[in-house]
Design a protein around this ligand. Structure first.
Ligand code: ACO
Length: 427
């Protein structure tokens, strides 16, 4: 596996210096992304968040947030599910870059990251988590929930669940795990860079352009890494199958089809077949279904039809759900030195992330501040630094934006006098 530095260096312009923040939250036992009919005592789900921020000329200009859910059985990862949550830019990059290629490079890295990397340290299994016994869901009555909690408490004493306790990576085993990718595409003026839509230089793809953009990213990942038994799906709520198929016609990987990777039969109850991710609009609709007491009525086929009527899905903007389910035949490796900062706790992870997402980007000041605060925090509090990456893509190479007329605007000089440095946040 190439290092993250190499992967990014290949898509960044020659001789320009970039700096990368790559944060990882500490792996933690989590609920399954599905509401389970019966919980599987032999499996445990571990959730990890990754957050990337890319900067140049002392400004952060790009961010990507994603989650990895590892399913573990007998101390071994059997599934790595990557939920790509949000990609965003703020328009303050003075270089000619391809955000699509940057995003593809990061996904190249995440997809081929050995799952046992997440298990290389001991993971504390929470006593109240649903590793064993039935899960507590919104459908569970209070009386039943109390019974489940008591059973969990009792089972902690005479612990007979094979996955309870600590995990250790089993080194030297052949990779035998499936890799899933899920994402929901919906264009918004801004996601991670507040007020950045007020920067006239920010480029925002429309819903349809964004869908094609993500299809092209995922298609490249499929061609590069996945084996021939892979399933890749596109679902556009409310769109006819023949129209959805048109979006797939230019894709290079042969496994694309209309649908989703999770559904079993269309007669299956949606509540058990649709995964729920953080800040996920289809998850919000599932919650609504439960609140309306329709959890045991809404079948998968009804779910997609009803979803299109939801406000988040019907504002005239094309939204879609993209999925991949397959295997990666190549041997995967752990991260290279210095390319990931694994945070000691979720709290510190959120503090460092907030240096980027907590700024306002209506002017370039936010981009300068985010960079300066990150650099100083990492240096002073963690004795770490942003990863320096020198681009090596020649302007004549395909994918280079060397000739794009809209991107040839003169680089604005850095006026350091206008940059206000914030008082450092402390842990
Ligand atoms: N003027 C004209 N065209 C431009 C400009 C510009 N200023 N900047 C880029 N382009 C063109 C590129 O040349 C390229 O064209 P091509 O496809 O013909 O080669 C195309 O736009 C895409 O350019 P990229 O550099 O790959 O991407 P972009 O800069 O548009 O960034 C992004 C993509 C991050 C989605 C951006 O549009 C954005 O920040 N959108 C707002 C937030 C958002 O909706 N995020 C997606 C959420 S969904 C999810 O993340 C799962």
């Amino acid at each position: 596996m190439s290092s993250l530095e190499n992967l990014l260096s290949r898509v960044l312009p020659e001789n320009k210096k970039f700096e990368l923040l790559h944060l990882q939250s500490p792996p933690k036992e989590s609920h399954s992304v599905f509401v389970q009919q019966r919980s599987d005592c032999t499996q445990t789900v571990v959730k990890v968040q990754h957050f990337f921020g890319l900067g140049a000329d002392e400004k952060i200009f790009y961010s990507l947030e994603l989650f990895v859910y590892l399913t573990i059985e007998s101390s071994k990862a059997i599934e790595k599910l990557i939920f790509v949550s949000k990609a965003d830019t703020n328009g303050y990059c003075d270089e000619k870059i391809s955000v699509k290629d940057i995003t593809t490079a990061i996904l190249d890295y995440i997809v081929t990251l050995d799952p046992s990397h997440y298990l290389s340290k001991e993971i504390k299994v929470s006593g109240t988590s649903p590793g064993c016994g039935p899960s507590i869901t919104r459908c569970t009555t209070t009386k039943r929930a109390l019974k489940i909690l008591k059973a969990r408490h009792d089972s902690k004493k005479g612990d007979n669940c094979p996955n309870r306790g600590f995990f250790r990576n089993i080194e030297g085993k052949d990779p035998d795990w499936t890799c899933k990718i899920c994402l929901f595409t919906r264009s918004e003026p801004q996601y991670l860079f507040s007020e950045s839509s007020r920067n006239p230089k920010k480029h925002i793809l429309s819903g349809e352009q964004l869908l094609r953009w993500w299809l092209s990213v995922i298609d490249k990942i499929l061609v590069r890494h996945f084996d021939s038994g892979t399933k890749a799906t596109l679902q556009i709520p409310g769109e006819e199958e023949s129209r959805t198929l048109r979006y797939l016609s230019n894709n290079k990987a042969p496994f694309w089809r209309v649908g989703d990777i999770f559904s079993g039969k269309s007669s299956e109850l949606a509540i058990f077949a649709i995964p729920v991710f953080p800040d996920d609009p289809k998850g919000r609709f599932l919650e609504q279904v439960v609140e309306e007491n329709r959890a045991k009525k809404v079948r998968l086929s009804d779910f997609w039809v009803e979803l299109q009527v939801q406000q988040e899905f019907r504002l005239g903007c094309t939204v879609s759900v993209i999925g991949v389910d397959g295997r990666i035949p190549k041997k995967c490796f752990g991260p290279h030195n210095n390319e990931v900062i694994v945070m000691p706790s979720k709290k510190v992870f959120s503090i460092v992330k907030s240096y980027i997402v907590g700024e306002q980007y209506d002017t370039s000041e936010g981009a300068y501040e985010a960079y300066a605060n990150l650099r100083d925090f990492l240096h002073l509090r963690m004795q770490r630094s942003l990863l320096e990456i020198r681009g090596c893509r020649k302007s004549s190479e395909p994918g280079s934006k060397g000739t794009g007329s809209d991107r040839n605007a003169p680089v604005r000089p850095l006026n350091t006098l206008t940059v206000r440095r914030k008082v450092k946040k402390s842990i």
